[in-house]
Design a protein around this ligand. Structure first.
Ligand SMILES: Cc1cc2nc3c(=O)[nH]c(=O)nc-3n(C[C@H](O)[C@H](O)[C@H](O)COP(=O)(O)O)c2cc1C
Length: 191
Protein backbone atom coordinates (compact mmCIF):
# COMPACT_ATOMS: atom_id res chain seq x y z
CA UNK A 1 0.00 0.00 0.00
CA UNK A 2 1.58 3.27 -1.06
CA UNK A 3 1.14 6.58 0.73
CA UNK A 4 -0.50 7.89 -2.42
CA UNK A 5 -3.02 5.09 -2.30
CA UNK A 6 -3.79 5.89 1.35
CA UNK A 7 -4.29 9.57 0.58
CA UNK A 8 -6.75 8.80 -2.19
CA UNK A 9 -8.43 6.22 0.01
CA UNK A 10 -9.07 8.80 2.70
CA UNK A 11 -10.44 11.35 0.25
CA UNK A 12 -13.34 9.34 -1.07
CA UNK A 13 -16.38 8.40 0.97
CA UNK A 14 -16.17 4.69 1.51
CA UNK A 15 -18.79 2.12 0.89
CA UNK A 16 -19.19 -0.05 3.96
CA UNK A 17 -18.08 -3.17 2.10
CA UNK A 18 -14.95 -1.39 0.88
CA UNK A 19 -14.07 -0.31 4.39
CA UNK A 20 -14.52 -3.81 5.78
CA UNK A 21 -12.42 -5.26 2.97
CA UNK A 22 -9.73 -2.68 3.61
CA UNK A 23 -9.63 -3.41 7.35
CA UNK A 24 -9.24 -7.16 6.75
CA UNK A 25 -6.64 -6.51 4.06
CA UNK A 26 -4.60 -4.46 6.53
CA UNK A 27 -4.80 -7.26 9.11
CA UNK A 28 -3.73 -9.79 6.48
CA UNK A 29 -0.76 -7.65 5.45
CA UNK A 30 0.20 -7.15 9.10
CA UNK A 31 0.52 -10.92 9.63
CA UNK A 32 3.43 -11.22 7.20
CA UNK A 33 4.85 -7.68 7.27
CA UNK A 34 6.81 -7.28 10.51
CA UNK A 35 7.06 -3.53 9.90
CA UNK A 36 3.29 -3.11 9.75
CA UNK A 37 2.10 -1.41 12.94
CA UNK A 38 -0.63 -4.01 13.31
CA UNK A 39 1.94 -6.84 13.43
CA UNK A 40 2.05 -6.63 17.23
CA UNK A 41 -1.41 -6.00 18.69
CA UNK A 42 -2.30 -6.14 22.37
CA UNK A 43 -4.22 -9.24 23.38
CA UNK A 44 -6.46 -8.73 26.40
CA UNK A 45 -7.80 -11.69 28.34
CA UNK A 46 -9.49 -12.03 31.71
CA UNK A 47 -7.83 -13.68 34.69
CA UNK A 48 -9.41 -15.88 37.36
CA UNK A 49 -10.27 -12.79 39.45
CA UNK A 50 -12.04 -11.19 36.47
CA UNK A 51 -9.26 -8.65 36.01
CA UNK A 52 -8.27 -7.69 32.44
CA UNK A 53 -4.74 -8.74 31.46
CA UNK A 54 -3.22 -7.28 28.28
CA UNK A 55 0.08 -8.11 26.59
CA UNK A 56 1.73 -7.69 23.20
CA UNK A 57 1.62 -10.64 20.79
CA UNK A 58 2.72 -11.19 17.18
CA UNK A 59 -0.11 -11.53 14.69
CA UNK A 60 0.92 -14.73 12.87
CA UNK A 61 -1.91 -15.64 10.51
CA UNK A 62 -5.08 -14.05 9.17
CA UNK A 63 -7.71 -16.00 7.23
CA UNK A 64 -10.02 -13.38 5.76
CA UNK A 65 -12.61 -15.84 4.43
CA UNK A 66 -12.88 -17.67 7.76
CA UNK A 67 -12.60 -14.38 9.70
CA UNK A 68 -9.91 -15.96 11.84
CA UNK A 69 -6.67 -14.68 13.31
CA UNK A 70 -3.93 -16.81 14.85
CA UNK A 71 -1.21 -16.25 17.42
CA UNK A 72 1.50 -18.44 18.92
CA UNK A 73 2.20 -18.82 22.62
CA UNK A 74 3.95 -21.14 25.04
CA UNK A 75 1.27 -23.62 26.07
CA UNK A 76 2.35 -23.25 29.74
CA UNK A 77 1.84 -19.47 29.69
CA UNK A 78 -0.70 -17.62 31.79
CA UNK A 79 -2.55 -16.32 28.74
CA UNK A 80 -3.21 -19.88 27.55
CA UNK A 81 -4.70 -20.86 30.93
CA UNK A 82 -6.79 -17.68 30.87
CA UNK A 83 -8.32 -18.28 27.43
CA UNK A 84 -8.93 -21.93 28.27
CA UNK A 85 -11.00 -20.74 31.24
CA UNK A 86 -12.55 -17.75 29.42
CA UNK A 87 -12.23 -17.89 25.60
CA UNK A 88 -13.64 -14.41 25.04
CA UNK A 89 -10.77 -11.98 24.41
CA UNK A 90 -10.06 -8.63 22.83
CA UNK A 91 -7.36 -7.44 20.43
CA UNK A 92 -6.22 -3.85 20.16
CA UNK A 93 -4.48 -2.49 17.06
CA UNK A 94 -3.30 1.08 16.43
CA UNK A 95 -1.61 2.40 13.30
CA UNK A 96 -0.13 5.90 13.20
CA UNK A 97 0.21 5.60 9.42
CA UNK A 98 -3.44 4.76 8.87
CA UNK A 99 -4.64 6.70 11.92
CA UNK A 100 -6.80 3.68 12.60
CA UNK A 101 -7.59 2.05 15.94
CA UNK A 102 -9.18 -1.39 15.77
CA UNK A 103 -10.68 -3.21 18.74
CA UNK A 104 -11.58 -6.77 17.84
CA UNK A 105 -13.65 -9.10 20.02
CA UNK A 106 -12.77 -12.75 19.49
CA UNK A 107 -13.34 -16.23 20.82
CA UNK A 108 -10.07 -18.10 21.23
CA UNK A 109 -9.47 -21.84 20.84
CA UNK A 110 -6.14 -23.28 21.97
CA UNK A 111 -4.49 -25.92 19.78
CA UNK A 112 -1.54 -27.83 21.27
CA UNK A 113 -1.32 -30.73 18.84
CA UNK A 114 -2.33 -31.68 15.35
CA UNK A 115 -1.52 -30.60 11.82
CA UNK A 116 -1.88 -26.88 12.40
CA UNK A 117 0.50 -26.86 15.37
CA UNK A 118 2.99 -29.04 13.46
CA UNK A 119 2.84 -26.68 10.47
CA UNK A 120 3.33 -23.69 12.76
CA UNK A 121 6.33 -25.37 14.40
CA UNK A 122 7.69 -26.22 10.94
CA UNK A 123 7.78 -22.48 10.17
CA UNK A 124 9.00 -21.39 13.61
CA UNK A 125 11.71 -24.01 14.06
CA UNK A 126 14.05 -22.33 11.59
CA UNK A 127 13.52 -18.83 13.03
CA UNK A 128 15.17 -17.10 16.02
CA UNK A 129 11.79 -17.27 17.80
CA UNK A 130 12.14 -21.08 18.06
CA UNK A 131 14.11 -20.72 21.31
CA UNK A 132 11.11 -19.03 22.93
CA UNK A 133 9.19 -22.27 22.62
CA UNK A 134 11.98 -24.65 23.71
CA UNK A 135 12.58 -23.38 27.23
CA UNK A 136 12.43 -25.99 29.99
CA UNK A 137 10.90 -23.44 32.38
CA UNK A 138 7.37 -22.17 32.01
CA UNK A 139 6.96 -18.45 31.19
CA UNK A 140 6.56 -16.40 34.34
CA UNK A 141 8.30 -18.91 36.62
CA UNK A 142 11.23 -17.65 38.71
CA UNK A 143 14.62 -17.86 36.98
CA UNK A 144 17.10 -20.18 38.69
CA UNK A 145 20.77 -20.48 37.82
CA UNK A 146 20.44 -24.27 37.43
CA UNK A 147 17.72 -24.14 34.76
CA UNK A 148 18.73 -25.79 31.52
CA UNK A 149 18.62 -23.41 28.55
CA UNK A 150 16.57 -25.55 26.22
CA UNK A 151 15.36 -29.03 25.41
CA UNK A 152 13.89 -30.45 22.24
CA UNK A 153 10.20 -30.51 23.04
CA UNK A 154 8.49 -27.38 21.69
CA UNK A 155 5.86 -25.94 24.02
CA UNK A 156 3.96 -24.32 21.19
CA UNK A 157 0.26 -23.52 21.30
CA UNK A 158 -1.58 -21.98 18.37
CA UNK A 159 -4.28 -19.58 19.53
CA UNK A 160 -7.04 -19.47 16.94
CA UNK A 161 -9.17 -16.35 17.33
CA UNK A 162 -12.61 -16.39 15.73
CA UNK A 163 -13.94 -12.93 14.91
CA UNK A 164 -17.06 -11.79 16.76
CA UNK A 165 -17.16 -8.01 16.24
CA UNK A 166 -14.95 -4.98 15.82
CA UNK A 167 -14.91 -1.30 16.65
CA UNK A 168 -13.04 0.74 14.05
CA UNK A 169 -12.00 4.34 14.74
CA UNK A 170 -10.34 6.64 12.24
CA UNK A 171 -8.78 9.91 13.37
CA UNK A 172 -8.88 12.62 10.71
CA UNK A 173 -8.73 16.41 10.68
CA UNK A 174 -11.80 16.42 8.47
CA UNK A 175 -13.71 14.53 11.19
CA UNK A 176 -13.20 11.29 13.05
CA UNK A 177 -15.20 8.25 11.99
CA UNK A 178 -16.19 5.18 13.93
CA UNK A 179 -17.99 2.00 12.96
CA UNK A 180 -19.23 -1.12 14.74
CA UNK A 181 -18.92 -4.15 12.50
CA UNK A 182 -20.09 -7.74 12.97
CA UNK A 183 -20.31 -10.57 10.43
CA UNK A 184 -23.73 -9.39 9.34
CA UNK A 185 -24.07 -5.77 10.46
CA UNK A 186 -22.39 -2.42 9.98
CA UNK A 187 -23.24 0.73 11.96
CA UNK A 188 -21.65 4.15 11.91
CA UNK A 189 -21.20 5.44 15.48
CA UNK A 190 -20.41 8.84 16.93
CA UNK A 191 -16.66 8.80 17.50
C1 LIG B 1 6.95 -7.17 20.56
C2 LIG B 1 6.49 -8.33 21.42
C3 LIG B 1 5.94 -9.44 20.82
C4 LIG B 1 5.51 -10.52 21.58
N1 LIG B 1 4.94 -11.60 20.96
C5 LIG B 1 4.48 -12.62 21.70
C6 LIG B 1 3.79 -13.70 21.08
O1 LIG B 1 3.61 -13.76 19.85
N2 LIG B 1 3.35 -14.70 21.88
C7 LIG B 1 3.52 -14.68 23.22
O2 LIG B 1 3.06 -15.62 23.87
N3 LIG B 1 4.14 -13.67 23.86
C8 LIG B 1 4.62 -12.63 23.12
N4 LIG B 1 5.25 -11.57 23.73
C9 LIG B 1 5.42 -11.61 25.20
C10 LIG B 1 4.09 -11.25 25.88
O3 LIG B 1 3.82 -9.86 25.68
C11 LIG B 1 4.08 -11.55 27.38
O4 LIG B 1 5.05 -10.79 28.04
C12 LIG B 1 4.37 -13.04 27.67
O5 LIG B 1 3.85 -13.88 26.66
C13 LIG B 1 3.76 -13.46 29.01
O6 LIG B 1 2.38 -13.22 28.96
P1 LIG B 1 1.34 -14.02 29.89
O7 LIG B 1 2.02 -14.22 31.21
O8 LIG B 1 0.14 -13.16 29.98
O9 LIG B 1 1.05 -15.33 29.21
C14 LIG B 1 5.66 -10.48 22.98
C15 LIG B 1 6.20 -9.34 23.59
C16 LIG B 1 6.61 -8.29 22.82
C17 LIG B 1 7.19 -7.08 23.51
Amino acid sequence: MTLEHNRRFHDVPLAQADLQRHIWMQMQRAAFDKFHEWHTPALATVDAQGAPQARTVVLRQVDVMAKQLAFFADKRSTKVAQVQAQPRASLLFWSTRLKWQLRVQVNISVLTSGARVEAAWGDLAQSPAAADYLSTTAPGSPVRATDAAANNAPQLAVLVADFIEMDWLELAKSGHRRAHITSNSFDWLAP
